[in-house]
Write a protein that binds this ligand. Structure first.
Ligand code: UD1
Ligand code: UDP
Length: 370
């Protein structure tokens, strides 16, 4: 059996790496990895860490790319690869434009689609944009839906998908996180020069942000609230690996550069990032992946979004939605950094997203399906 795994961006690489490693263990499966390279540097970092060498690389990324441009190039390139390789299954992950393009190109070539991380929904077409719609569209093209939780399975049932096509497997992000944590002790974590020393004796807030719906005013508010709290609380350091999207870097650099306790750094590869999540007291983020990883590490997460397709973290008590409102972000940061009881109430180790065997379960199901 031939299985093509399609990967485009950083989170897909991290979440599909354990799936590819699992495929490589199966003697009856020929595993082919195709990257669209919707991301370039941020994709190559995790691929290198997990020692995954793509068989096909469409290399489509351009600076400031448009959604339509990524879709057109990815569908055309993937169509060519699927025609040449004639796979039995195509695996796509999540809600990116690469995932949507992979599912569409597979459908055009009449190849079965397995959707990893299926069924997450906000039911708001504009938030997250365009990810909510990407994930819904992938669902329509999918043969096997690998839902991380019962809740995501129920969302798919509600939309009328056949129960026999939905499997609750947990989220492969937990497989990746456990893989990284196992290796952390024997790994020399490389952080930018002087950063580790600057964090000594400080409480740490880890920041990430990249959502399209926050571009413009949202990011300006986010940056101003970080600056405000950094000015007010002298024993708190902010560490912010800044996403390479120019729409993110412009306001972040303009508003936050040069502050003594705000460390703007380049995107980190996964091992140092996991180290930093562990070292941090809390995360301020709009990332899907970080919302899933933080409960496993017992870290409170302030989610800079108005909606989330990952309500399990909110229900588990680790996550709180603060949107991109200045007062809400500043207020919540103060509360968690100054009120021990409020902090402890959110700092529980809970893991609603899986037990680290998701990739194994997914590939078992694919093998049995043949
Ligand atoms: C994409 C996904 C989003 C995912 C995010 C993860 C879509 C529509 N968006 O958003 O769902 O949460 O990745 O980070 O699929 N860039 C680089 N180097 C890189 C990566 C990006 O320079 O390695 C810059 C380029 O200028 C690029 C821009 O960032 O054009 C935007 O990249 P793109 O993949 O279109 O959007 P993201 O915001 O990264
Ligand atoms: N991550 C990383 N380095 C960083 C920031 C994030 O390795 O500098 C990891 C993080 O642990 C998570 C994933 O990247 O697994 C999330 O990526 P991102 O926030 O870009 O995308 P999303 O999850 O929101 O789609």
């Amino acid at each position: 059996m031939k299985v093509i795994t399609v990967i485009g961006t950083r989170p897909e690489a991290i979440k599909l790496a354990p799936v590819v490693l699992e495929l490589n263990k199966r003697p009856h499966i020929e595993s082919v990895v195709c990257v669209t390279a919707q991301h370039r540097q941020m994709l190559d970092q995790p691929l290198e860490l997990f020692a995954i060498k793509p068989d096909h690389d469409l290399d489509i990324m351009t600076a400031g790319q448009s959604l339509a441009g990524v879709t057109a190039k990815a569908v055309e390139g993937l169509d060519r690869v699927f025609q040449e390789e004639r796979p039995d299954w195509v695996l796509v992950q999540g809600d990116t434009t690469t995932a949507f393009s992979g599912a569409l190109a597979a459908f055009y070539q009449r190849v079965k689609v397995g959707h990893v991380e299926a069924g997450l929904r906000t039911w708001n077409k504009w938030s997250p944009y365009p990810e909510e719609m990407n994930r819904c569209l992938v669902g329509q093209l999918t043969d096997y839906h690998f839902a991380p939780t019962e809740r995501s399975k129920n969302a798919l049932l509600r939309e009328g998908f056949n129960e026999d096509s939905i499997f609750v497997t947990g989220n492969t992000v937990i497989d990746a996180l456990l893989w990284a944590r196992e290796r952390l002790d024997s790994y020399t974590v490389e952080l930018p020069d002087g950063l580790q020393q600057s964090l000594e004796g400080k409480r740490v807030v880890l920041v990430t942000g990249h959502r399209r719906e926050s571009f413009g005013e949202g990011f300006i508010n986010i940056c101003k609230s970080i600056k405000q709290v950094a000015d007010e609380l002298q024993d708190v350091a902010f560490v912010y690996p800044v996403h390479l999207n120019p729409n993110v870097r412009a306001p972040v650099n303009e508003i936050l550069q040069g502050h003594e306790r705000i460390h703007l750094i380049e995107p980190l590869t996964y091992m140092p990032f996991v180290w930093l999540m562990n070292r941090a007291d809390l995360a301020l983020t709009d990332s899907g992946g970080v919302q899933e990883e933080a409960p496993s590490l017992g870290k409170p997460v302030l989610v800079m979004r108005n909606t989330t397709e990952r309500p399990e973290g909110v229900d588990a008590g680790n996550a709180r939605l603060v949107g991109t409102d200045f007062d809400a972000i500043v207020g919540s940061l103060h509360e968690l950094l100054e009120d021990k009881a409020a902090y402890n109430a959110m700092a529980n180790v809970k893991n609603p997203y899986g037990d680290g065997t998701s990739s194994q379960q997914i590939i078992d199901l694919i093998e049995q399906a043949s």
